[in-house]
Every structure is written in C-alpha cells, then in structure tokens.
Design a protein around this ligand. Structure first.
Ligand code: PLP
Length: 460
C-alpha cells in the first residue's frame, strides 16, 4: 500500500515500482517503459490533468478521445453513486431489464440520426465492432443470404483490438501480431488526400478512393459482401478527413450493390465533429453505427451499436435468439452515467458550442498559429478533432526517416511542457474535451507552437 509521504517524487517512485513490477501496458513496449517509469496521473479537472510531480497538463486528447464533458463532473459521479446504491448490477440476458438500460436506449435514440433507434449494448468500442461484424452477417443469414459475409474496411483503419477489431482494422503493426486474422475481411485504400493523392485534386481523389470500393465489391462478388465499415473521420489513423465528395460516393456504391453501410462512431460520436455523430457532419446515412468513448465521457466503460428499422425488424421478426452479448451489456451503473452525460450535453448545448463556436475557433487558431511553422506540412480537422502532418520539407512533403520518430519527439516535448497531444507516426493529433474554453484553446495552440519549435531543434 502506498503512503503519502508529502513527497511527489517518492510517491512517483513507489507507483512506478508497482507498475513496473506488476502491470503490462496496452500498446506499449513494457520493458522499455519499465526502465524509465510511467508518468503517474493523479487527478483531473476540466481540461486539465495533474501528475504525481504536481505538473498541470492541458489534456488535448480528452484522455483517449473520450472525456468529452471534461474531468471532475459531479453530475456523472452522482449518477454512478446513486445507481451503485440502488442496483449495482443486473443482466439483460434472461428476459429481464432495468430502468437505466431502457432509458439509455431511449436517450441514445433521441440523438442518433435517421431511424437508428434500436440499441444493442457492449462495454468497449472493440466489442461494439465485434457486434457489428456478427450482426451484419446474421442479418444477411436471416434474409436468406448467408454467403453475403465479407466486410470491407480500409487500410490504416483502427476498429479496436479484439480479434474482430484487429482483423477489420487496417493497422499493419497489429496484423503482424497474434495472427491469423479472421477470414472474409477485405480492405481498400484510405482517403488520405495530403499523403497519398499525388497530383490529384481532392475531388478526383475522393472519386478514386470511393471507386476502390466498387472495384473491390466487383472483385469479390456483390452477393458476397455484407457491409462496408469506416469511421467518418479516421481518428487513430492520424485524423484523416476524407475529401468532401468521398462519403456520398461510398453511399451510392453501397446502395447500388445492396451492401450495408456501417459507421464506426467510437471517436466521432457525441459531438466531436460538431454534430451528435460524425455521420451527420460528413453526410453519411449509415445502416448501423458503433459508439463508445464519448457516450459516458469515458467515466465508465460502455458502448453501443445502433441500427435502423431495416436491421432491427429483421432480428425482431426472426423467431430465434441472437446468440451474442456480454455480461455487462447495458451495465446499470455505466448506463446511468451515460444518461447523465447525454443530459448534461443537452443542457449545456455542447454540440452547438462545438459546431458554431469553439470548433471553428480551434480550427482557425491552429492554422493561424502553426501553418507557417517549418515542420508543419498540413493541418486538417473538423470541430474539435485535428491532425497535423509533420514534414522535413514543406514543399516536397518529404517525411523524416521513420526511425527518427519525429512524432514521439514532439509528443514528449508536449508532455514536458504541459500539453498532451498524441503522435500517430509523423502526425500529431488532438481531440480536446468539448468543454474547452477560448482561453484554453489559446493556451493549447501556444504550447503546441513552442513544442514544435523544440521538436525542430531536436531534429535539426
Ligand atoms: N473504433 C474506433 C474508431 C476507435 O477509435 C476505437 C478506439 O480507439 C475502437 C473502435 C475500439 O474501442 P475500445 O478501445 O473501447 O475497444
């Protein structure tokens, strides 16, 4: 047990010792980390976190793209406490339900687009994605087309870390480990205009990337394709905003070949792009949608899959069980927190704030402060999500050698200077809490500029 010695460093050392002795970190070279010790985060308030050395840090990643309503929201703590006291757990498998899960389904339906009013619960984005994989295949089986089982996603997509999420995703580093992957998954190119379009205009590139879907569907046979899955804006892939015409072309192709369109809203959902869901911002009408993270502002694990009447009615009218679910599907305490979170978002008009005020403010400020920086090749983003390409040469878009890890150098400068930004290869990404103020955006951009200067010195 740790003791408070009123000494930041010794508390840090105690926790780092325990951590190094017993904790295997996700997505981490734990051996290398153990040699230097993990940073110990101790508390959060608003858009800030503190570490065990007393450093105050502006969290421009909202934890892991999730603490949308900011840290320290008493309303969410109260909702959890009350539900813990009343009913800390009951399942929804065996013909039972409870108020939090039923009310949360209604709350989610009140903010989803179109007729996506039927909700299946899970605990993580990865589980939601696994649910989509099984659900769309089962949908086609119910419809008498069990052969329609291939899912198509994109290179460099991140859809989670379970076997299903890893297989559906397009992260080569993940595919190399824990193989083999699931069969019947195909991938097409990602719509990364700045990095991969060559001489093509955004419009031409949008058409070309969507055409890749049609080519793939024809190559494997339209009768074999269950669904296309994509994030409206790729998040963990480096915040890739597709060309404006991309999604409408994708939508047309899905309709033409009767392929379901699945939007992975785990990052884009719950106000991040200035609409409740990224699908609305990007003009997508999905048949099925995954959500997690911002659903509870990350306060407790909970995720969901929303489907429209087409899929829901197939399951409801099919006289058989859907043999899928998780012990904690619709956990009452997580559900109570998610209800309180959605209500808080509505009360504070947070989606409008992102759309009309703080989102445009951040996007403009980032460009005003960073476009002329020698390291900055390109800035893209919508609402409160952005990606910044770091380059060696602005004119030619030449990248730094990958073994230099310019992104990690920049990330470490940020951390040392009171700012959390994440590195995805040579791209710096950010997605601050939606409650961030103008003054905090100013601070974020000033710190980013300073850290880009320090990075430039480090790599020069
Ligand atoms: N899908 C997307 C788009 C994500 O960004 C993530 C996580 O970052 C996931 C799925 C997986 O979510 P989780 O980590 O909650 O399993």
């Amino acid at each position: 047990m740790l003791t408070d010695k009123n000494n930041g460093s010794s508390i840090t050392a105690d926790i780092q010792f325990l951590d190094a002795s017993y904790h295997l970190h996700p997505f981490t070279n734990t051996g290398a980390l153990n040699k230097k010790g993990a940073r110990v985060i101790t508390k959060g308030e608003g858009v800030y976190i503190w570490d065990s050395e007393g450093n105050k840090i502006l969290d421009a990643m909202a934890g892991l793209w999730c603490v949308n309503m900011g840290y320290g929201r008493q309303e969410l703590t109260d909702a959890a406490t009350q539900q813990m006291t009343e009913l800390p757990f009951y399942n929804t498998f065996f013909q039972t339900t409870h108020a939090p899960v039923a009310e949360l389904a209604k709350e989610i339906a009140s903010v989803t687009p179109g007729d996506l009013n039927h909700i299946f619960f899970a605990n993580s984005g990865s589980e939601a994605i696994d649910t989509i994989i099984r659900m769309v295949r089962q949908y086609w089986a119910i419809k008498g087309k069990p052969y329609k089982s291939i899912l198509i996603s994109r290179e460099n997509a991140y859809h989670g870390s379970t076997v299903g999420g890893t297989s559906l995703g397009g992260m080569s580093g993940m595919h190399k480990q824990g193989a083999p992957l699931l069969p019947n998954i195909e991938r097409i190119r990602q719509p990364y205009w700045y990095g991969e379009a060559g001489d093509m205009s955004e419009e031409e590139f949008g058409i070309a990337c969507a055409a890749a879907l049609e080519e793939k569907i024809l190559a494997v046979g339209p009768d074999n394709v269950a669904a296309f899955v994509g994030e409206p804006i790729q998040g963990a892939g480096g915040v890739i905003v597709p060309p404006a015409n991309y999604w409408s072309e994708i939508q047309k192709i899905c309709t033409k070949y009767d392929v379901l369109l699945a939007a992975d809203e785990v990052i884009c959902g719950f106000g991040r792009t200035g609409s409740w869901f990224g699908s609305e911002t990007l003009g997508i009408t999905p048949d099925i949608m995954s959500m997690a993270k911002g659903l509870s502002s990350g306060y407790l694990p909970i995720a969901a899959v929303a489907v429209g009447n087409r899929i829901a009615n197939a399951f409801i009218e099919h006289d058989d069980d859907f043999n899928h679910g998780f012990t904690y599907s619709g956990h009452p305490v997580s559900a109570a927190v998610a209800i309180a979170n959605i209500k808080l978002m509505k009360q504070e008009n947070i989606v409008e704030y992102v759309a009309n005020d703080i989102g445009p403010y951040l996007q403009k400020k980032l460009r005003d402060m960073l476009t002329d920086h020698p390291l900055v090749g390109h800035i893209e983003g919508v609402g409160l999500i952005a990606g910044i390409a770091l380059v060696k040469n602005k004119e030619t878009k030449e990248l730094f050698p990958s073994d230099l890890d310019v992104g990690l150098i920049c990330r470490d400068h940020c951390f040392d200077n009171g700012l959390i930004m994440r590195a995805v290869g040579s791209r710096m990404v950010l997605s601050p809490p939606l409650v961030i103020s103008h003054a905090e955006v100013d601070e974020l951009c000033e710190k980013a500029r300073l850290c880009f200067d320090l990075t430039l010195k480090s790599v020069s």
